[in-house]
Design a protein around this ligand. Structure first.
Ligand code: 5GP
Length: 194
């Protein structure tokens, strides 16, 4: 393939670790020329989420059809009956614009992308201060039931164990510090001098 192939930046972490905030911050830095990989999901929109911006919200039936058609680069049943996946067409769409791709995806999906594109992927794990802090953050968000929050917490403990498999780890204790660390990692990977 002789068309432009950019870099892939994977940001993975347990839900509530602050990785979405870090990804948004990086997207706002024009010098990095990044575009967000919009995942497809079978879950319903939450809060202010917009179809085609935050996610491609599709039915479970359509999601399963995409799996059959092998349209996904990776996909996961992140929570029971809640499927999430990266469409191959999404990466192609972004590369066609001459941009690098940034992903906000779960740990298993992140590692899968790294495996598929080992030479051009930087996989970053965002570590929350603690499981207790994670619980507080998820409760503050007030977008999910206690049952759903407990489900996310249970998954978080398992995900934390995969951190060493990532290229880099950012500890998100202080958001400003985490922003700077993330900027340095992306800048170094792209070979951008300050
Ligand atoms: P949420 O429901 O909070 O938006 O996302 C739940 C989890 O699914 C998060 O950890 C999020 O990063 C992950 N996720 C979002 N998109 C994808 C995707 O395309 N693939 C995978 N494997 N996980 C995703």
């Amino acid at each position: 393939m002789d068309s432009f192939q950019g870099k892939l930046f994977v940001f993975s972490a347990p839900s509530g670790s602050g990785k979405t905030t870090i990804v948004r911050h990086l997207l706002a830095q024009e010098k990095f020329n990044l575009e967000f990989s919009i995942s497809a999901t079978s879950r319903l929109p939450r809060g202010e989420e917009v179809d085609g911006k935050d996610y491609y919200f599709i039915s479970l039936k359509d999601f399963k059809q995409h799996i059959k058609n092998e349209d996904f680069l990776e996909w996961e049943e992140v929570y029971r009956d809640n499927f999430y996946g990266t469409l191959k067409s999404e990466v192609e769409r972004i590369w066609a614009k001459g941009k690098h791709v940034i992903f906000d995806i779960d740990v298993a999906g992140g590692l899968r992308i790294k495996k598929k594109f080992p030479e051009q992927t930087l996989a970053v794990f965002v570590k929350p201060p603690s499981i207790d802090e994670l619980k507080i953050r998820l409760k503050k968000r007030k977008t999910e039931s206690d049952e759903k929050i407990n489900m996310r917490i249970a998954k978080a403990s398992i995900e934390l164990a995969t951190a060493p498999q990532f290229d880099k780890i950012i500890k998100n204790y202080d958001l400003e510090v985490a922003f700077k660390e993330a900027e340095n990692l992306v800048g170094d990977y792209l070979g951008i001098k300050e």
